[in-house]
Design a protein around this ligand. Sequence first.
Ligand code: NAD
Ligand code: DAU
Length: 333
Amino acid sequence: MKKIVVTGGAGFIGSAFIRHQLKTYPEIHVVNFDKLTYAGNLDNVKECDLGRYTFVQGDIADRGAIQSAMEGCDAIVNFAADTHVDRSIMGATDFISTNCTGVYNICEAARELKTQRVLLVSTDEVYGSIREGSFKETDPPQPRNPYSASKAGGELIALAHFETFGTPIVITRGSNTYGPYQYPEKVMPLFITNLIDGEQVPLYQGGEHNVRDWLWVYDHASGIDTALRKGELGQIYNVAGGNERENIVLTHKLLSGCGRDESFIRLVKDRPGHDFRYSIDASKLRGLGWTPTMDWDQGVSETVDWYKNNEWWWRKIKSGEFLEYYRKQYEER
Ligand code: NAD
Ligand code: DAU
């Protein structure tokens, strides 16, 4: 692959994927197509100006814009999405536009341009919650919140495109991802940056024992890369971190990493419809040679250190649009 379009590359995982591609493949050219919503941030791709990287501002819900960015590319990898569950509960119009209509536009443009591969980055949340055991790719989607429903909708549109038109779709479903450059609305960076500032962390009451499976961001990037290059068309691949932890265990780990005690926990009203546990089986992707490399303790400690050492990155964010969201989410509920 010589030229790939990455949509949503100024967000958390998309920007890590671009860094991974430029480092791993010396010949590759990456076009980063991003709308720059509140979650998109050009600071995330500062290191990427290598002559093999181009940025285009645009919306995947705009068919003409995404099609012209895709002209001449070998593959497209779609990260562009509205991604935060709590925001989708406040209102999901943008989620449907980007996560469903946007995906449809990418499929249509790929059909027209005969793009060789379309990799859709999706999520383990489409399966819904599971008390015991782990979901396999053959299990049916049963999303339980507006965000995951919109992601499942995008997947179904793309898979139908594959069946009907032969559009070369491959889908990945990743688990909860963590690491540098994650927007501080998500639990890890929110809690770490609050603790650095000596503020309490808003742990959802009733969700203390809910479980998430944590995946290091560069392991997620390499999993997507494996599916992109070796995955079979029309297939889905789970990308699991293999680090299932209860929220209370994660919280204690972050408290200790930031030198704070239990008095820094503030129990707040739970997320409506809060999914209890996500768990996926990644043996299908492992069968293609992928394996996650990051140890959980080391990954969390590197993440805490990164936020401690990169206040320039998150202070700007936390003093902007974020403040109004935070007030609505945690104080007006
Ligand atoms: P993010 O919220 O950090 O970034 C999303 C990016 O998409 C932003 O740069 C934003 O500007 C861009 N974007 C949004 N709407 C757009 C549009 N209409 N057109 C073009 N660009 C648009 O997201 P993330 O956490 O990096 O997630 C990336 C992808 O990975 C998403 O598809 C998400 O569903 C999936 N995913 C995330 C996780 C996780 O834990 N964060 C886990 C599994 C899968
Ligand atoms: O599983 C993959 C998904 O992981 C991705 O598809 C989503 O884009 C991503 O946002 C993430 O969804 P979650 O809802 O699991 O992540 P979040 O960081 O919002 O919450 C993680 C857990 O922490 C969840 O059980 C809710 C809890 N939580 C979260 C926040 C923001 C709290 O207790 N307090 C909080 O303030």
